[in-house]
Design a protein around this ligand. Structure first.
Ligand code: MG
Ligand code: ZN
Length: 164
């Protein structure tokens, strides 16, 4: 079985925008992210993004543009010899009451099936309560960070406290 760190995207990997990150021109990747992901992978975690992207079904962007954004993140990480193992996104608006929008656990559970992940040895890290609840609802642990600046320390603490 594998273990994973599930990461929220907006506010954690890239700067959040109130009007949504709708295309690669609006994507501002945080500088510390490659180092954070490298550290997780060196500790045998898969790194998987779980993100709500209601801008798709709000008609503000498209699945193609969201995939371009994710490719752009991967191209950035490639320069630092690292990568995200997979991106899972929910395209729905809250009023659609879908099963995949965080705090629902469905995307995390799908990822755990796709990658044979032991959820009890895995964490979901995000900057919203819904990230923590999605993790807990899936059977892993949830950590809420205030913003991206908290991510390096959070990862260091998490790794320090692993019992091998
Ligand atoms: Mg967020
Ligand atoms: Zn959904």
């Amino acid at each position: 079985m594998n273990k994973a760190i599930f990461l929220d995207r907006d506010g954690v990997i890239n700067k959040e925008r109130k009007d949504y990150v709708k295309n690669i021109d609006e994507l501002k990747i945080f500088e510390n992210i490659s180092e954070c992901i490298n550290k997780l992978k060196n500790n045998n975690f898969l790194v998987i993004v779980i993100t709500n992207q209601s801008a798709i079904n709000r008609g503000l962007t498209t699945i193609e543009k969201i995939n371009e954004i994710h490719n752009q993140i991967q191209n950035h990480l490639k320069k630092f010899n690292t990568k995200i193992d997979a991106f899972y996104f929910c395209p729905h608006r809250p009023d659609e009451n879908c099963l995949c929008r965080k705090p629902n656990p469905q995307l995390i559970i799908k990822a755990s099936n796709d990658f044979q992940i032991d959820l009890k040895s895995s964490w979901m890290i995000g900057d919203n309560d819904s990230d923590v609840f999605a993790g807990e609802n899936a059977g892993c642990k949830g950590i809420k960070i205030k913003n991206n600046m908290d991510l390096p320390n959070t990862i260091n603490e998490l790794i320090k406290n692993l019992d091998y």
